[in-house]
Design a protein around this ligand. Structure first.
Ligand code: NAD
Length: 428
């Protein structure tokens, strides 16, 4: 999934090179951290329902596990690329470090389109993935999770296959499991809520009440839905939401200037986060072209859909009213756009901080599985808010003290923690 000339792996490496320079890392450390430590490229033969065999290409990439077992999702996507998985595994390393959970970074992917696979074929694909890789997985080694087009059911099939092969119960081998089967309460909400904890932390620092702010979202999937719910519950106003429409393969922006009603929009969206255009129109929403989410007169933009959406080409369309970009998706801003954002004095809350609520809750899931004792929703959310707010505060304070862009401050903190672990282990 490489978008319009931007390769996410190159973006991730460029971002790393910049911080390596700031931290004056030596060449050995740079060489170690600017690429993954282990890559598995493999094929998965799957017996299809019609009796034929189809072979799927798959990856698991471990960027760095100096701070703990590698952690990261497995994506199912027809346009998956190894470079996307590499970039995402690298971002997972920084994400786990920035929120200070004892985990490293990994990511997986299978080139497939689950829309065209039956449930039974998806189950065989999940089990096949684990059969090819089980010696490299496990609670103390590498812990997958759901990601693009994978869900709790896929995770449970993978866990079951692992337990059948290894002969025991190892619920900490994978996260994002269904509640009642080793999953944690709050995991569904965690990424979106976590983002709002970070955003609100920043608004408090600049003495701007959340109730006085407005937002435009790109995306209305898992992350955006729960972020929008929490944000509006706290008094903020969502003016526009853009999402993909499967029916005509186009994106649309849904706008209500006096504020979108999130509950009513959730009621008319499908499982892939697409809002029904006709029903939204009937509810009084203006229907605008997909890219209009970016041009709204709002205080905050939340890109929560895809990578490479905020580029120098579209940057001039961003309203002068926008003072904050809160990155929910992974890599929504291209590196060449960061200087423009800085020049305009927009505060950028970086992706690997803002969307770290998911992995933080996955870590809580592992802890609960290890304890074999599960927390209430209140306990999970209280711990999540604490972790996210602490992480944000560290970044904000460093950015203020050293006059740094918040993405750079987050990188300095995260990379420095990984560098310390690598040094303490004597790897470099
Ligand atoms: P999702 O699949 O649930 O939703 C994606 C949303 O993006 C949908 O509403 C879809 O309609 C919309 N979309 C797709 N193409 C679009 C386009 N061209 N224009 C406008 N909208 C478009 O995904 P999600 O789980 O909400 O994840 C969103 C982003 O956050 C991804 O980058 C993902 O990697 C990242 N992320 C997710 C989690 C998590 O816990 N779910 C954690 C960390 C990061």
């Amino acid at each position: 999934m490489t978008t319009a000339g931007y390769n996410p792996y190159e973006s991730a490496q460029l971002q790393f090179d910049k911080v390596a320079q700031t931290l004056e890392l030596d060449s050995g450390m740079r060489a170690l951290l600017r690429q993954p430590m282990k890559e598995f490229h493999f094929t998965i033969p799957v017996k299809m329902d019609d009796g034929s065999t189809k072979v799927f290409n798959a990856f698991r990439i471990r960027h760095n596990d100096a701070r703990g077992p590698a952690k990261g999702g497995i994506r199912f996507h027809p346009q998956e690329t190894v470079d996307t998985v590499r970039a995402l595994s690298m971002w997972m390393t920084w994400k786990c470090a920035v929120v200070d959970v004892p985990l490293g970074g990994g990511k997986g992917g299978v080139i497939c389109d689950p829309h065209n696979l039956s449930q039974a074929e998806q189950e065989r694909l999940c089990r096949g993935y684990v059969r090819q890789l089980y010696t490299q997985l496990g609670p103390n080694q590498d812990v997958p999770a759901p990601d693009v087009m994978t869900n709790a059911q896929h995770m449970l099939w993978m866990l079951d296959e692992y337990e059948v092969i290894t002969g025991g119960h190892f619920p900490g081998m994978i996260t994002g499991k269904p509640v009642g089967m080793g999953g944690s309460l709050g995991r569904t909400e965690a990424t979106g809520f976590g983002l709002v904890y970070v955003l609100n932390g920043y608004l408090r620092c600049i003495d701007k009440p959340i109730e006085s702010t407005t937002v435009s979202f790109q995306g209305f999937g898992n992350v955006a839905e729960y972020a929008a719910r929490m944000y509006t519950q706290m008094g903020g106003k969502v003016i526009a939401i853009s999402c993909w429409n499967q029916a005509d393969a186009k994106s649309y922006t849904f706008r209500k200037k006096d504020g979108c009603d999130i509950t009513e929009l959730v009621a008319i969206k499908d499982a892939f986060g697409s809002i029904d255009v006709a029903k939204a129109k009937a509810l009084g929403y203006e229907i605008l072209p997909g890219e209009e989410w970016l041009a709204q007169d709002v205080d905050i933009l939340i890109p929560a859909a895809l990578e490479n959406q905020i580029t120098p080409a579209v940057f001039p369309r961003i309203s002068k009213q926008v003072k904050i970009i809160c990155e929910a998706a992974n890599g929504p801003t291209t590196p060449d756009c960061d200087p423009l954002i800085q020049e305009r004095g927009i505060a950028l809350l970086p992706d690997f901080l803002c969307n770290a609520g998911g992995v933080t809750c996955s870590y809580f899931e592992q802890v609960q599985c290890n304890l074999n004792y599960f927390w209430s929703m209140e306990e999970v959310l209280e711990k999540l808010e604490y972790k996210m707010t602490q992480a944000f505060r560290g970044i904000y304070d460093l950015a203020q003290a050293k006059n740094l862009y918040m993405r750079d401050a987050a990188y300095v903190i995260a990379v420095d923690r990984v560098v310390s672990a690598v040094k303490m282990r004597g790897w470099a």
